[in-house]
Design a protein around this ligand. Structure first.
Ligand code: B12
Ligand code: SF4
Ligand code: SF4
Length: 387
């Protein structure tokens, strides 16, 4: 363990500056002990609001979230950083004769799960040089059993809004978080204690699935972000129309937030390497992505997490919501030729929404030949919807 330092406040300022130079605009330090809202998390799990994210509810996960000191017993401080991603309103939807999907802007660049830990390692290298001693660290960025937002609030990075996001009072909420437990004693930066939501309810009112709960948590199983990313099975029928054209994630409760409307800058961190072509995919083109195409286009982005089967399921739902008659023949080909039943099932649902003669013909054909019972149920439901 590295003992108390001669000039800890100077060191903190030097770390803050270096973090900013690296593209980690938000920086703070807190104690590596339980953050204030462990009980909120426990209640959330008890109520089943984690849906099918079973990893959130394991005994080990719950224990470590409540006892971060067990993650790294020699830790003496926790560094918390925030990396900015682009304001989703920066790129308007391009004019297009074809229906377009929409991708949450945190996924427009390279995968932050890889970028933030690399930047934190560089920051710690600098710390080692300043201290002239090796620093032992444990690094996370959405990669481990810790309450990242709670720690960020405790380290002074911002407050937790009613939409459950961490919001900085002059920079908004388009930030991804990362943390490093370190064996160096550093004084904590002051927590962020004020709540700037006031009587505002814009996020609650704008959420298409009404999944924002009064205790600053979500009924995650209804959140579009969950439905399009974490959910590995079908999207529940009653929620499909609310998903709109979101094919990966959702930004609505942040886009309406006045703190983003006022303060969010257009650019992400330079480290993020934004790809504007990802923002509004042409849905009909996306339907034809082979596994190789999917990997080549999205392999180094967060979109890879949905895998091709989850992503094309979302594309089919978005096409159903767009209701463009031109897409019936493309969905018909998917229903006929796509090997993955999950995708065929959602293509059938989409054809049921399009309701043209061509949609009906594709469904009737599938009714005769479809081997998978779940897909067949979707085909029958879609035909009933058209009748
Ligand atoms: C599971 C998960 C999800 C789930 C559930 C989200 C949720 N709100 O619970 C789903 C898939 C829906 C999701 C969606 C998104 N996620 Co997510 N997700 C996570 C993950 C892995 C765990 C979150 C968790 O524990 N949820 C359970 C709830 C109970 O905990 P919590 O949200 O952290 O909330 C705590 C505080 O709010 C606090 N609290 C409660 N009441 C109060 C009151 C006050 C006054 C205060 C101060 C605090 C407080 O208590 C809670 C427990 O500590 C974290 C990474 C991590 N390890 O923390 C990323 C994380 C939260 N996600 C992130 C992002 C970017 C997103 C999306 C924006 C992606 C997108 N565009 O689609 C959306 C946002 C949706 C939303 N409004 O939350 C970022 C958030 C950054 C930020 N600025 O807040 C994180 C931190 C990942 C990262 N490393 O950057 N996510
Ligand atoms: S991400 Fe979308 S669906 Fe989820 S809480 Fe926010 S607005 Fe609602
Ligand atoms: S939209 Fe309003 S209520 Fe929701 S997080 Fe932003 S300020 Fe808070």
């Amino acid at each position: 363990m590295v003992g108390p330092l001669p000039n800890p406040n100077d060191l903190i300022e030097a770390l803050r500056l270096k973090a900013e130079q690296l593209g980690l605009e938000l920086f703070g330090i807190t104690q590596p002990t339980a953050p204030p809202h462990v009980a909120t998390f426990e209640m959330w799990v008890e109520q089943g609001h984690h849906a099918q994210m079973g990893y959130m509810a394991t005994e080990r996960n719950r224990y470590l979230r409540a006892h971060p000191e067990a993650i790294m017993p020699e830790a003496r401080a926790l560094l918390v950083v925030g990396m900015r991603y682009p304001n989703p309103q920066t790129i308007p939807p391009p004019p297009s004769p074809y229906p377009l999907g929409r991708i949450a802007s945190y996924a427009w660049g390279k995968d932050y799960h890889n970028i933030i830990p690399e930047l934190l390692k560089k920051l710690l290298k600098e710390l080692e040089t300043w201290l002239s001693t090796p620093v032992v660290a444990r690094i996370y960025s959405d990669t481990g059993p810790i309450l990242e937002r709670d720690f960020a609030q405790k380290a002074g990075l911002g407050w937790i809004g009613k939409n459950t996001c961490l919001i900085h009072p002059r920079k908004g909420s388009y930030f991804l978080l990362g943390e490093a437990f370190v064996n160096v004693s550093l004084p904590p930066t002051p927590p962020f204690v004020t709540d700037h939501c006031g009587s505002c309810r814009r996020c609650i009112e704008a959420c298409p699935t009404q999944c924002i709960l009064p205790d600053r948590t979500l009924d995650a199983g209804r959140c579009i972000s969950y439905l399009t990313i974490e959910n590995k099975g079908p999207i529940p029928r009653d929620l499909r129309s609310s998903v709109g054209n979101w094919v990966f994630g959702c930004d609505i409760c942040q886009m309406v937030c006045p703190w983003n409307v006022r303060f969010a800058s257009s650019e992400g961190s330079p480290a993020f390497a934004i790809r504007p072509d990802i923002a509004f995919p042409n849905l009909i083109n996306e339907l034809t992505l082979t596994p190789t195409d999917f990997k080549a286009r999205y392999g180094d982005t967060p979109i890879a997490r949905a895998r091709r089967r989850g992503y094309l399921r979302n594309v089919a739902v978005a096409l159903g919501n767009a209701g463009d008659p031109e897409s019936a023949s493309h969905l018909g080909l998917v229903l006929k030729n796509e090997p993955e039943p999950l995708i065929r099932a959602h293509a059938a649902w989409a054809l049921g929404r399009i309701k043209t003669r061509s949609a009906c013909e594709h469904l009737s054909e599938a009714y005769k030949h479809e081997p998978d019972p779940n897909v067949l149920t979707e085909v029958k439901n879609a035909l009933e919807e058209i009748a």
